[in-house]
Design a binder for this molecule. Structure first.
Ligand SMILES: O=C(CO)COP(=O)(O)O
Length: 254
């Protein structure tokens, strides 16, 4: 069945010293969990080479927090999927709500990044989720379906055979307001049902992570839900003991 994935998203955090300590502390828990759970960290691009040097030889995987649609050229400030791949990335997060908001990334732009990542052998981690106002208005699945549909239109439903989805309600990110396991499970099940309307096998196989104040306290009950296949973890992924506890919660439910 689906192998859980616990992924850290460091966002704009870290120093050479903290990255060294964190990666060194996560190698043993990742190795221990590896038979049952995939463990990865997504780092700011400037640290990815360091993470590669530190984590190589362990089961800890790594990825980027974004990737450009181009493989090279005059695109100042960007990081191409081929460069990320060269530095050993397995994953590329695309469409995080912070990029959608602060960088005005549209559903179509995110779909293009997803395609570029996949074409260059990175596994895209497609973030979807609604704002608090949209949640209150009962529009969660309208928003999430549109985010998924843009990818299906560009890349096809089959593309989800080699991708990860992360449901991250924007109102739960960095706020301490985790979606209850029931709320999260309902959305995860609705995402799977929506994908199943295109292809049931693809829907049954795709990993759907939960993100948004996922921490050592909230992870155990979230991970018990049948359609939650792990977590995309922000703040709690910066502290080795907290992230290790989340890895262990996934192992306990794998
Ligand atoms: O945005 C997130 C992960 O991508 C979630 O962040 P927090 O875990 O800090 O709420």
């Amino acid at each position: 069945m689906r192998k859980p994935l616990v992924m850290g998203n460091w966002k704009l955090n870290g120093t050479k010293e903290s990255v060294t300590a964190l990666v060194n502390a996560l190698k043993a828990p990742a190795d221990k969990a590896a038979a049952k759970v995939d463990v990865a960290v997504c780092a700011p691009a400037v640290f990815i080479g360091m993470v590669e040097d530190l984590a190589s030889g362990s089961k800890l995987q790594w990825g980027s927090e974004d990737c450009d649609v181009h493989t090279k050229g005059a695109f100042t400030g960007e990081n191409s999927p081929t460069m990320l791949r060269e530095f050993g990335c397995t994953y590329a997060i695309v469409g995080h709500s912070e990029r959608r908001e602060y960088h005005k990334e549209s559903n179509e732009c995110v779909a293009a990044k997803y395609k570029a990542a996949q074409e260059n052998v990175l596994i895209p981690v497609l973030c979807v989720g609604e704002s608090e106002a949209e949640f209150d208005a009962g529009r969660t699945m309208d928003i999430v379906r549109a985010e998924l549909k843009a990818v299906i239109d560009l890349c096809g439903i089959e593309s989800f055979k080699n991708a990860v989805i992360a449901y991250e309600p924007i109102w739960a990110i960095g706020t301490g307001k985790t979606a209850t396991p029931e709320i999260a499970e309902k959305v995860h099940a609705d995402i799977r049902a929506y994908l199943a309307s295109f292809d049931a096998d693809v829907a049954a196989g795709v990993r759907i992570l939960y993100g948004g104040s996922c921490n050592a306290k909230t992870a155990p009950d979230l991970f018990k839900q049948p359609d939650i296949d792990g977590g995309l973890v922000g703040g709690a992924s910066l502290k080795a003991p907290d992230f290790t506890a989340i890895i262990e919660a996934a192992e306990a439910n794998a």
